[in-house]
Write a protein that binds this ligand. Structure first.
Ligand SMILES: [Zn+2]
Length: 162
């Protein structure tokens, strides 16, 4: 499957596929089901894992992308930058598009990212023999968030009505 991955992105994708299998096996062994995962490659070439957190209070939910970002910040501080993020979501069969990040996560990936930060959508399917990864799509965060929310500090500092 050639979607023009760099060697660093290939490493992240291979890591992500192994981690999806590992985590899903743990979840299934404990009565759980597949979920959305996110895996971040930081500019320090380190990988951070995240998964959706869906507790019994809906408004306390945390997206997989944000879970991975929080893990990156925990290990590397707020100065850390996202080089690439994989969003791996289970699908019943191959879809035209993989699941993209929600609006809030698009903003956070952008604010913790770089102009060239890539977002790789990875569909995965549970079969009798395990999990397969039939489709990858690669974008940049700018594709998903072309006009970022960026309040300008000091904009009104010397303002007087004219
Ligand atoms: Zn989100």
């Amino acid at each position: 499957m050639d979607v023009g991955l760099t060697s660093a992105e290939k490493r992240l994708v291979e890591y992500s596929q192994a981690a999806v299998v590992k985590y899903n096996k743990i979840r299934h062994a404990n009565g759980g089901i597949d979920t959305l995962y996110a895996f971040i490659l930081s500019d320090k070439e380190k990988i951070y894992d995240g998964a959706s957190y869906e507790p019994n209070i809906v408004h306390a939910s945390v997206c997989g992308e944000r879970c991975a970002i929080a893990n990156m910040v925990l290990q590397e501080s707020y100065k850390a930058k996202i080089k690439s993020i994989v969003v791996a979501d289970p699908v019943p069969d191959v879809q035209e598009y993989g699941t993209p990040p929600c609006g809030t996560c698009r903003h956070l990936i952008w604010s913790h990212g770089m102009p060239e930060t890539t977002v790789i959508l990875m569909q995965y399917i549970q079969g009798k023999e395990g999990w397969t990864f039939p489709k990858l799509q690669k974008y940049t965060i700018k594709d998903f968030y072309p006009l970022p929310y960026e309040p300008e500090k000091g904009l009104w500092d010397n303002w007087r009505p004219q």
